[in-house]
Design a protein around this ligand. Structure first.
Ligand code: NAD
Ligand code: TYD
Length: 376
């Protein structure tokens, strides 16, 4: 890890670096890449490399002195304490989570462990670290931030004619996943109100783009369609999600970190409501255009299947607060973002093959088999 001074107002005496949890996952890896592109400021990445964490997502940073990867669990307090003491980050950006609703229905325990207990451990470690800065680095103490990345799913489900979620919408989580994220949001809020920890929370709508694990709708449809497999659409296909291209989410987080008001929450969304069936048909049409299938249009693969239990009908984000206060607007439209996404999956068949075959997990096993969690 090379520590460099790059003139951030954090402190004239401390190196600037941020700690990113969940950095090998879908959004976390996009965030680290976008952050380094935009700021050049070093990053310490912490990730347990669960099934969803893939170091191939960060392969372009190999040998880059600005990036330091640590395999470890956010529930490991000793590890988190040691990372904070060693690297002295000016901010923690917290992505690490179990993130898939269907998995949470089949096995909720891991969601409670990582999303709730893991967030609690990070908050406690951050609180003690932040307090320790007060005496020896008052500027660093004043500038420190804990940014918690959350989801619109904490607000529950909207009817067709309900207004979109604002930041004051009541919390009504319906799935084990959203309940665990709601609990973590409440912990973050409480650590601000009780201990004064300088926190920010973002609640974002559904993301799509490069490096998304093909269990989520869009990459699942792309990868299955390319293999000529059935495309499962839950229920009547008329559930609505509000889609945002992942790098727009990453830029929003970066801007909230720099400009957000402490203790505030910011909804992030692209004003892009689409029904699931519309998404699936769009992906099929783009694949037909970019890589025609001799058997015929991919829509033939669409298969309506039994609905997800407790399936939320509609999510929609009112993103006026972040636009007005922070000045953030998405750069991609859905049309440009989905085209880039389909192109990316076509151009990265090796990444897809590694994920679907589990090859990347075999690599994790062999690479880490003979060692305990590294201390740094
Ligand atoms: P992901 O499942 O792709 O990645 C999660 C990452 O966290 C993985 O790299 C995994 O290895 C790591 N992780 C899991 N448990 C861990 C633990 N105990 N300790 C350390 N690392 C651990 O998830 P994602 O889609 O990138 O989502 C990232 C964050 O953004 C999550 O907090 C999620 O709730 C939130 N979010 C996601 C979306 C979306 O559409 N994907 C939308 C809004 C908010
Ligand atoms: P998903 O990508 O799992 O995200 P979330 O549940 O967090 O919104 O699902 C997006 C939508 O697509 C959701 O309404 C469920 C639906 N869906 C299907 O119809 N079929 C599928 O195979 C999957 C994974 C999701």
């Amino acid at each position: 890890m090379v520590s460099v001074l790059i003139g951030h107002p954090f402190s004239a005496r401390l190196p600037t670096v941020i700690l990113v949890t969940g950095a090998a996952g879908f959004i976390g890896s996009n965030f680290v890449l976008e952050w380094l592109r935009a700021t050049g400021e070093p990053v310490v990445s912490l990730d347990a490399l669960t099934y969803a964490g893939n170091l191939e997502n960060l392969a372009s940073l190999e040998g880059d002195a600005r990036h330091h990867f640590v395999r470890g669990d956010i529930t490991d307090r000793a590890l988190v304490d040691s990372l904070l003491a060693k690297h002295r980050p000016r901010a923690i950006v917290h992505f690490a989570a179990e993130s898939h609703v269907d998995r949470s229905i089949h096995g909720p325990e891991a969601f409670l462990r990582t999303n709730i207990h893991g967030t609690f451990v990070l908050l406690e470690a951050a609180r003690h670290y932040w307090a320790s800065l007060r005496g020896d680095a008052p500027e660093a103490h004043a500038a420190f931030r804990f940014l918690h990345v959350s989801t619109d799913e904490v607000y529950g489900s909207l009817a067709a004619d309900d207004p979109a979620f604002t930041e004051t919408h009541p919390y009504q989580p319906n799935s084990p996943y959203s309940a665990s994220k709601a609990a973590s949001d409440h912990l973050v809020r409480a650590w601000h109100h009780t201990y004064g920890l300088p926190v920010l929370t973002t609640n974002c709508s559904n993301n799509y783009g490069p490096f998304q694990f093909p269990e989520k709708l869009i990459p699942l449809v792309i990868t299955r369609a390319l293999r000529g497999e059935p495309l499962p659409v839950y229920g009547d296909g008329m559930n609505v999600r509000d889609w945002l291209y992942v790098t727009d989410h990453c830029e929003a987080i970066r801007m909230v970190l720099e400009r957000g008001r402490l203790g505030e929450t910011y909804n992030i969304g692209g004003w892009n409501e689409k029904s699931n069936i519309e998404i699936v048909r769009t992906v099929c049409a783009l694949l037909d255009e970019m890589q025609p299938d001799s058997v015929g249009p991919r829509e033939r693969l669409i298969t309506f299947v039994t609905d997800r239990p407790g399936h939320d009908r509609r999510y929609a984000i009112d993103a006026r607060k972040i636009a007005d206060e922070i000045g953030w607007q998405p750069a991609e439209t859905f049309e440009t973002g989905i085209r880039r996404t389909v192109r990316w999956y076509l151009d990265h068949a090796g990444w897809v093959e590694g994920v679907l075959s589990g090859r990347y997990q075999d690599w994790v096993q062999s690479h880490y088999a003979d060692r305990d969690t590294p201390a740094s």
